[in-house]
Design a protein around this ligand. Structure first.
Ligand code: ADP
Ligand code: MG
Ligand code: ZN
Length: 613
């Protein structure tokens, strides 16, 4: 469920609560006990009755002191035929009971009717009001349009115009979509040729890669209306609402063709029908919605110039019927951007900042490996915020460094005062990582080193930058990565003659890499073999640690031995490097204690300085 749905549900429950509160106020339910005359008279004689109401056919006796909590306790008995009124009356008055009589019950009837109808009317009204909200989104202001399509329309004149120049780093996807743009610009030309343009284009890609943006850009480029709706908006609490929305959406679209109908998060509607768990009520609703969507897609002639676009990050869960020819048969992959793509995306977002100076996009792109467009937009925004925080005039590289540190390492830990002894240890630890990284031949270059503590628990950090995105790691690269990880601990051991808890994270990562080298990559004396099989359950697939053991105890022992050997070799190499370059190590650590953060040029200068005699 989307957040909007939750909010609507919350509002509805609130309204329900308020109504039932009103109801219980209006109809104060008395605690009524049906009794016999004998018991009622006994209660009167015992003085427990405060008030008696004589009615046509029954007697109500209100018990003493029962009104305290707003609920009266009432004994009710049927009147006896031909009762001697006077005898009873005397008996009641003798006990100081207040006696009332009532013969006409008409008014009481109406009071009861009003007091029970009123809350129902309230309930219906409130239901109507929130029903409009339940109907979804901005259209909720029209309470009667319950169930109608809330599709937003972006057209050429709209403020929300996007174009291909707003989308960067996904050139293949753009090239594929260009054909759709051309078709929408001049559908007649294609019709004359008898060419069949795909009805449905499915954008597939990880969250934040720019699928929604691309769809809007297609509409912007072709200058056609853009009807967009999110899959989760179709799936409502009430069966049939989603289907009627689909119908309405397509009716609107047909009137405005050529145009684009965009269904975001298609997987919310289009989940495969077979094998679904039947326990959720939403399922039937989703199926009806999906069926309606299929009917609508089949039901129009592609020549009219409606192109249906949809986006999903889970194409594998989609119902096969959706992917059939004539429906979403064209799939466009919106991939994670590579280093060039990230540079371009950063450029697009940087252009939106008014004051920027001296930012190296290439380095930023290298530092943001694995990030998608939405993350990069966030980085640029964080940098602007960082600039504002330091009351800067112009956004500079330092703001980007701060933003990235913040995103990748966590907040600076304010007010954390480390003892000088601890700072020295952290400085040598990080200097150890950095110097080893600069000394081995297959490690990624060091970008910067810092001993500013961060809230995630790191007391310092050494940032290495891969020069480009990497899809493969060679054995020497992995081995050198291990040596770099061992560098911090080795430096501590060398300088302080003891190790500390600060290396825990390094060791965890190193152990994981070493074990994978032995068990997964065949990079050890155990030879080219994989040990252990991933247990691929439906929901467990790929989960780390869930491995089926398919080797003997003897092999397990050899694996452990190999892992230990790989790690010890790395630790030994780290120690050797640092022992040889002790002068450089001390120089970097000392400088770190002074300035806390060192960038690559200064680091290299310090590392290459000839040792003092
Ligand atoms: P998706 O729909 O794939 O999850 P969105 O299109 O909603 O991603 O992207 C969210 C935001 O991230 C966009 O509004 C845009 O600011 C930024 N963004 C994502 N991808 C790109 C890109 N390729 N180029 C420029 N900006 C992008
Ligand atoms: Mg999206
Ligand atoms: Zn470390």
């Amino acid at each position: 469920m989307t957040r909007a749905t939750w909010i609507r549900l919350g509002l509805f429950l609130l309204a329900l609560g308020v109504t039932s509160l009103l109801w219980s106020r209006t109809l104060r339910f008395d605690e009524v006990t049906q009794t016999s005359w004998t018991e009622l008279l006994a209660a009167v004689d015992a003085g427990r009755v405060a008030e008696v109401l004589l009615e046509n056919d029954r007697v109500e006796a209100v018990l003493v002191g029962s009104n305290a909590d707003g609920r009266r306790r009432v004994m009710v008995a049927s009147r006896l035929p031909n009762l001697d009124e006077r005898g009873l009356l005397e008996r009641l008055l003798a006990k100081d009971v207040k006696v009332t009589g009532r013969i006409e019950r008409q008014s009481a009837f109406w009071a009861a009717v009003v007091s029970s109808i009123f809350p129902i009317v309230m309930l219906v009204l409130l239901f109507r009001a929130t029903g409009g909200l339940l109907g979804g989104g901005k259209g909720g202001a029209r309470p009667m349009s319950f169930g109608k399509s809330q599709a937003k329309i972006y057209d050429r004149s709209s403020e929300n115009k996007a174009s291909f120049s707003d989308v960067a780093g996904v050139d293949e996807a753009k090239a594929e979509l260009l054909e759709v743009v051309n078709f929408l610009k001049a559908p007649a030309k294609y019709r004359a040729l008898g060419a069949r343009i795909p009805k449905g284009v499915l954008l597939v890609g990880a969250p934040g890669t720019g699928k929604t943006l691309l769809a809007r850009a297609v509409a912007g480029e072709a200058a056609v209306p853009f009807f967009s709706m999110s899959g989760s908006e179709f799936v409502e609490m009430f069966v049939g609402v989603g289907a009627s929305r689909v119908r309405d959406l397509f009716t609107q679209a047909r009137e405005r063709a050529p145009c684009i109908v965009f269904i975001d998060e298609l997987d919310a509607v289009g989940k495969t029908r077979a094998g679904g768990t039947g326990i959720f009520a939403a399922n039937e609703e989703r199926e009806q919605t999906l069926n309606q969507l299929l009917v609508e897609m089949d039901g129009f002639d592609p020549g009219v110039g409606i192109v249906i676009m949809a986006a999903t990050n889970r194409p594998e869960v989609l119902d096969k019927a959706l992917l059939r020819a004539g429906r979403f048969d064209r799939q466009v992959l919106v991939d994670r951007p590579d280093v060039k793509g990230r540079e371009a995306i950063l450029g697009v977002h940087l252009a939106k900042l008014t004051k920027v100076k001296g930012v190296d996009l290439r380095v930023l792109a290298q530092r943001t490996s694995g990030m998608v467009g939405a993350d990069l937009a966030n980085v640029v925004n964080e940098a602007a915020l960082a600039c504002a925080r330091r009351s800067g005039e112009v956004v500079e590289q330092q703001d980007f460094d701060e933003a990235l540190d913040r995103i990748q390492l966590g907040l600076r830990k304010a007010g954390l005062v480390m003892r000088e002894e601890e700072r020295r240890r952290v400085a040598w630890h990080e200097a150890g990582h950095a110097l080893v990284a600069m000394s081995v031949s297959h490690a990624d270059p060091v970008h910067r080193v810092t001993i500013i503590p961060r809230s995630v628990g790191a007391l310092g950090a050494t940032l290495q930058l891969p020069l480009e995105d990497r899809y493969l790691m060679t054995q020497p690269q992995l081995e050198d990565a291990l040596v770099v990880l061992m560098g911090g601990r080795a430096a501590e051991a060398l300088v302080f003659e003891s190790v500390s808890t600060g290396a825990q994270n390094d060791l965890e990562r190193a152990s994981e890499i070493a074990r994978q080298m032995v068990c997964r990559f065949g990079m050890s004396a155990l030879g080219p073999q994989v040990f252990g099989r991933a247990q691929g359950g439906l929901f467990l697939g790929g989960a780390a640690g869930l491995e089926e053991r398919n080797f003997s105890d003897e092999t397990a022992r050899r694996i452990d031995g190999e892992v230990a050997r790989v790690l010890e070799t790395a630790a030994g190499r780290a120690k050797d490097v640092l022992t040889q370059r002790r002068g450089a190590l001390d120089a970097i650590a000392a400088r770190l204690l002074e300035v806390e953060t060192l960038e690559r040029p200064e680091l290299e200068a310090l590392a290459n300085r000839p040792p003092r005699a």
